[in-house]
Design a protein around this ligand. Structure first.
Ligand code: AMP
Length: 286
């Protein structure tokens, strides 16, 4: 099937309406573009699950803080198109900011969808004020525009995945959220569009982020379950050019912070390398 790129909401709605009439199932993979193998795994999973896969490519201004990288975020629609097609997508929805937020002069001009405070008063939500409001708002808009049966999200952004699952349940949005495993480079580094900002030397330093998580995982397997000790173990392997923002431990079901890894949990980290903010996480305690 040929891949079609659509920029206008009305045009996309018409195409989706036709597919729905034909009884086709729709999968949505929301992205900000600069697609890599992590995104490819979501697109592949969607095209295996659904008749029609829509990949949205939209750098969403309302999820970026004033001092973040909205302007310089990589925009690579031509190669995105190729990767999406190779992995079975039928449609790319790539709207402009004006198409998604007509007449928006400031964030306070639009209706926002806000997750519960306790879910954002931790991990990435703490340093990125308003970020998850922006994410929930754009994902709700995309759900309303595309009306997918399934939507695919990566476990790389584990807090985002949890918040979106909660939002979808709380707001009775009729879409099934499908979590997809985190994809790493062979070196262990979690794939991210922001890795394109890293020099070779930065990448080498960044490797200690995933290494610190593997160290935590091994320590838990060896019976160390106290998170303070695990934190210290992780910090001991961190490259000196890495500035950790947080290392947090949460229950995999409830997303509540845990002090002992005595149940299925997640260790999550955010850190800066040469001012590039990277996130990663690992499943522990099974
Ligand atoms: P982004 O374009 O960074 O907003 O990511 C779009 C989707 O791709 C999100 O659901 C991410 O969690 C997912 N994703 C990004 N990187 C990875 C990765 N390395 N492994 C799995 N999923 C990923």
């Amino acid at each position: 099937m040929n891949l079609v790129v659509v920029n206008k909401i009305t045009e996309l709605r018409e195409i989706i309406k036709q597919y729905k009439k034909e009884g086709k199932t729709i999968g949505l993979v929301p992205t900000m573009g600069c697609l890599h193998k992590g995104h490819a795994s979501l697109i592949k999973k969607s095209s295996q699950t659904c008749d029609i896969t829509v990949v949205s490519v939209f750098v969403n201004p309302v999820q970026f803080g004033p001092n973040e990288d909205y302007d310089k975020y990589p925009r690579t629609l031509e190669s995105d198109r190729q990767l999406a097609a190779e992995n079975g997508a039928c449609l790319i929805f790539a709207p402009s900011a004006a198409q998604m937020y007509p007449g928006m002069l400031k964030f306070s001009d639009i209706t926002m969808v806000a997750p519960p405070f306790k879910l954002v008063d931790m991990m990435c939500g703490k340093s990125r004020t308003g970020h998850f409001d922006g994410v929930c708002t754009v994902v709700t808009k995309l759900f309303n525009i595309v009306q997918p049966d399934y939507a695919f999200f990566g476990m790389k952004d584990i807090q985002q995945l949890y918040i979106i699952k909660k939002m979808t349940a709380d707001l009775n949005i009729p879409v099934e959220i499908v979590p997809c495993p985190l994809v790493r480079e062979e070196s262990g580094l979690a794939l991210s569009s922001r890795n394109t900002y890293l020099s070779d030397a930065d990448k080498k330093s960044a490797l200690s982020i995933s290494q610190s998580l593997f160290t935590i995982q091994n320590a838990v397997k060896n019976g160390i379950i106290d998170t303070k000790k695990l934190f210290d173990t992780a910090m001991a392997v961190m490259d000196r050019n890495v500035e950790p923002e947080y290392i947090e431990f949460v229950d995999r079901e409830t997303f509540e912070p845990v002090e002992q890894i005595d149940r299925p949990s997640i260790a999550a980290i955010a850190a800066r390398v040469n001012s590039v903010r990277l996130i990663d996480n690992i499943l522990i305690g099974d």
